[in-house]
Design a protein around this ligand. Structure first.
Ligand SMILES: C[S@@+](CC[C@H](N)C(=O)[O-])C[C@H]1O[C@@H](n2cnc3c(N)ncnc32)[C@H](O)[C@@H]1O
Length: 222
């Protein structure tokens, strides 16, 4: 088990919904969008030694496990990890760890790949998580960041989306949820030192941002 900064609010928000999370997300963003994201993720190859931050119930962990040598799937919520443990029991290259993505208990330059699926939307300080991700990736390593978004939706559609969220997950965390547009997410990732390789918008209403970025090998040679 990793070092967890155990502030009650930080650990409790998603913990309350761990057992109903997958069904809740299907209701809020739609199963079709999650399938589209999983389909895109399934095209990734040679992920190597991979860190997944905020794995939740392991929905996307199953997808990357097929193309990774080893996945360290970490989450701050013990309840989420309990569900993931059941879901991922047959995946022998996945190792669950309770840890804080804002202060990862890993040495610099450890991982070949990192997956951040819908964690940047929910943490208080997305730049800190991206900075940590950059630190623990090897030079030449790649990061995949996924973020559901109401980008491009009309006002009433955004309100309906918010209502569906409220019905399933109640009030958002006290610091709010981050709703990134493509440009904003791209800029944030660049500001932390990554090179953005590709940013794709998947789905319709709502959509998901699918970003691939690299910790360029040339940075390690300077
Ligand atoms: C919206 S859920 C996404 C779950 C999963 N990645 C998915 O897309 O289905 C966000 C997850 O991030 C976790 N999380 C939130 N803050 C975290 C932090 N500081 N460190 C690690 N995990 C965190 C939550 O416990 C939750 O499981």
């Amino acid at each position: 088990m990793g070092a967890v900064v155990d502030t009650p609010h930080k650990t409790s928000y998603w913990s309350d919904y761990a057992c109903v999370y997958d069904e809740g997300v299907d209701y809020v963003v739609g199963r079709a969008l999650r399938r589209a994201v999983a389909g895109r993720l399934a095209l990734e190859r040679h992920l190597g030694n991979t860190i997944e931050c905020g794995c939740g119930t392991g929905f996307y962990t199953k997808v990357i496990a097929a193309h990774a040598a080893r996945v360290t799937a970490m989450d701050i919520s013990a309840e989420m990890l309990q569900v993931a443990d059941q879901e991922l029991a047959s995946f022998h290259n996945v190792f669950l760890q309770r840890a804080d993505a804002e202060k990862m208990p890993f040495a610099p330059n450890t991982f070949d790949s990192a997956l951040l699926a819908n964690i940047l939307n929910t943490v208080k300080d997305p730049p800190t998580v991206l900075g940590e991700c950059f630190r623990v990736l090897k030079f030449g390593g790649q990061m995949i960041a996924i973020a559901y978004t109401d980008y491009g939706m009309a006002g009433t559609e955004k309100t309906d989306l918010g209502l569906r969220y409220f019905q399933k997950f109640g009030m958002p965390p006290s610091w709010g949820l981050h709703n990134f547009g493509p440009e904003e997410l791209g800029n944030l990732v660049r500001q932390k030192g990554f090179t953005v390789r590709k940013l794709t918008v998947l789905g319709d209403k709502p959509k998901a941002l699918y970003l691939r970025a690299a910790k360029d090998v040339t940075l390690g040679k300077g």
